[in-house]
Design a protein around this ligand. Structure first.
Ligand code: AN7
Length: 326
């Protein structure tokens, strides 16, 4: 049903009680789009789960609605996260919606401008940590353990619960099970969430968790995470799914990013193209039915788009001059 909060739609599969105040911005229920040109070029049946359509422009909102709702139910006074940007934007939005303060720790100089703008506009207390994402996460965990703030990184199990709903939507939208699901692998929370969702539905496809070969300095800033918090859990989950980690270069990620935009009309941020980039390296049987999870919107990182594409030409408002250039 339209406009039903994700937490209501999947209430029977989520750890909610009658007393949980649902904090929602209209998340989930995102499109599953066929990708005919990518399918033809890869010799596969490719579908795109377009998570950039969520309220703050990334999949994080699925987890954040549950995490912030539960935080409110449990009497939280504030939330905290460390983030490469999307968790921050999502935490800021859902905290504002809940009337809670959000403290956000970001690695200085490493977060895309759209995400910074979101967290600032949404009123989060934003601190730029002189250090990596992993260092910021360690500090956020320490502060959360002092009891003043609830941690809303994916180490919070409610985040995983909410994010598993994407797997349930895919099964409904496809009317069956994909053979393979490919998605970007940063900290690994989302990989764990998909596996949990598919396992609970009794239909676990092969999972491909696609990481950047240069984890600590990739152009895909969302997944610039040297030390994935969920690494052990991801390894176990991939083994159960007969899947694996696929490691791709930044060049492959950016090629996939361009192909998604220019061949399929999906403008995502660079990290979000990792799933597609991984397909070329996965040695799949022709015709394999694959869902690629496209995790965040392109407007998150407008600087990447400007850097990676040719600038527009300047021209006088003259039809002949324009026709000559068109
Ligand atoms: C667009 O926001 O880690 O493997 O702090 O923003 O669950 O970490 C973001 C990660 C993929 C990787 N795509 O997911 C953060 C953060 C996008 C992302 C990932 C992220 P995980």
């Amino acid at each position: 049903m339209a406009n039903t909060p994700l937490a209501e739609r999947y209430r029977d599969r989520l750890p909610l009680t009658a007393a949980t105040p649902i904090v929602t911005l209209g998340e989930g229920d995102t499109p599953l789009l066929p990708a005919p040109r990518l399918s033809a070029s890869l010799g596969l049946e490719v579908w795109l789960k377009w998570e950039g359509q969520n309220p703050t422009g990334s999949f994080k909102d699925r987890g954040m609605t549950v995490a912030v709702s539960k935080a409110l139910e449990e009497g939280a006074q504030a939330v905290i996260c460390a983030s490469t940007g999307n968790t921050a934007a999502s935490a800021a939005a859902y905290a504002a919606r809940a009337g809670l303060p959000a403290l956000v720790l970001q690695p200085a100089g490493a977060v895309a401008i759209g995400k910074l703008a979101q967290a600032r506009a949404l009123g989060a207390r934003l601190l730029e940590v002189r250090g990596s994402f992993d260092e910021a996460l360690a500090v956020a965990r320490e502060l959360a353990s002092r009891g003043t703030h609830v941690l809303v990184n994916s180490l919070n199990p409610y985040r995983i619960e909410g994010q598993k709903t994407a797997a349930l939507e895919i099964l409904e939208q496809l009317g069956g099970q994909p053979h393979v699901v490919a998605l970007p692998y940063g900290g690994g929370g989302n990989t764990c969430a998909y596996v949990k969702g598919f396992e609970e539905a009794g239909r676990l496809p092969r999972m491909l968790a696609v990481e950047a070969s240069n984890r600590d300095n990739t152009a895909a800033s969302a997944i610039r995470i040297a030390d994935p918090a969920h690494a052990a859990e991801v390894a176990a989950a991939l083994e159960r799914s007969r899947g694996r980690v696929v490691t791709v270069s930044d060049e492959a990620i950016l090629d996939a990013w361009r192909a998604l935009a220019q061949e399929e009309g999906i403008f995502c941020e660079p990290a979000s193209a990792a799933g597609v980039a991984g397909l070329a390296h996965a040695e799949l049987e022709p015709g394999t039915r694959v869902v690629c999870v496209v995790t965040g919107h392109g407007l998150k990182d407008p600087e990447a788009a400007v850097r990676l594409t040719p600038p527009p030409l300047a021209v006088d408002p003259d039809p002949d001059a324009i026709a000559a250039l068109a």
